[in-house]
Design a protein around this ligand. Sequence first.
Ligand code: NDP
Length: 338
Amino acid sequence: NRYLTVKHHIHGLPSRLDFELRSAPLTLTIPPGSEDVIVKNLFVSIDPYQINRMKVHNSSQKTADFARQLHPGQRIDSFGVGRVVASGNAEFKKDELVVGLLGWEEYTAVRPGTMLTKIDSNMDFPLSYHVSILGSSGLTAYAGFYEVCDPKEGEKVFVSAACGSVGHLVGQFAKQSGCYVVGCAGSKKKEKLGFDDAFNYKEETDLRSALKRYFPDGIDIYFDNVGAEMLEAAVANMNAFGRVALCGAISQYTDAGKQAAPDMLDIIYKRITIRGFLAYDHLSIYHDFVSATSDHIRHGRMQSLEDVSHGLESVPSAFAGLFRGDNVGKKLVQLADI
Ligand code: NDP
């Protein structure tokens, strides 16, 4: 079984040279009494949060289970979809398709109690959708937008990293809810996806005045994927009782010196709500999310933008590319034919 690992803890921007491919023997025979399920991985998700697991951690840092620190030599778990090739667990049968916490490796032995769900064989969507629009990225966008931002028709919504995995879905949910949506991204090649407007933040010298130009009447909702100066500029342009969903802070992940310092008095006087969230805490709305989103897809109201590379060897450069803005939509790596 070939798997990827980090050679050392990573400081700053990741490069494909920070990773190495190793292999370990794999047996497809499940020992009696074991409830393990062995999955052949088909698509794996490439996510920015993994960089935070690859750094040296401060011992007081608290993280969710899936975001635990990784050490050199360790296999790297990650969301993915795959096919069961052996099972000691009555719930999962050989050849069934599953989604869950798999890994940047060819096969994953999934222990009982680890996140693993069967894919409903009546779902006629491409398999990759279960890690993108109908998977963790979709749930993040849906839960963050509906549960944290509490949108109302006609409100003005700003989304950063708007052509990324989560961002392009947030913008589409916001359009479905009758909001006015502006996104920002770091390149001209990233399309608008039916948003009302979009801009390239790398071409702006002053983010506050750029946002004033796009939102002359102020922002009601900011869905933040990047943190730092974009968060400060958005807060400066928020309307009274505006809501900010802190989804991620990618611009800070690879630059330890970068922090967001929005104007506190501005937040108080405008009674702005700023709330961090994890998709993971919103699993109770998973079925509502899948049902509403499937319906949007079937009726052509939403689309999943995916950026797929092929082969385990391509995972390190796909991952490093997230921090250069190479991906257009959800970054996935297909490891094997379906
Ligand atoms: P994306 O697909 O959006 O990929 C990352 C994108 O971020 C890049 O394409 C790039 O686009 C942008 N980016 C990279 N570096 C910078 C920078 N220095 N400044 C500004 N933008 C930058 O990733 P995801 O959609 O998977 O994740 C988006 C955010 O959501 C991340 O911060 C992630 O950690 C967070 N997240 C949070 C979850 C939660 O439960 N709270 C769950 C999943 C993700 P460009 O520069 O072209 O705009």
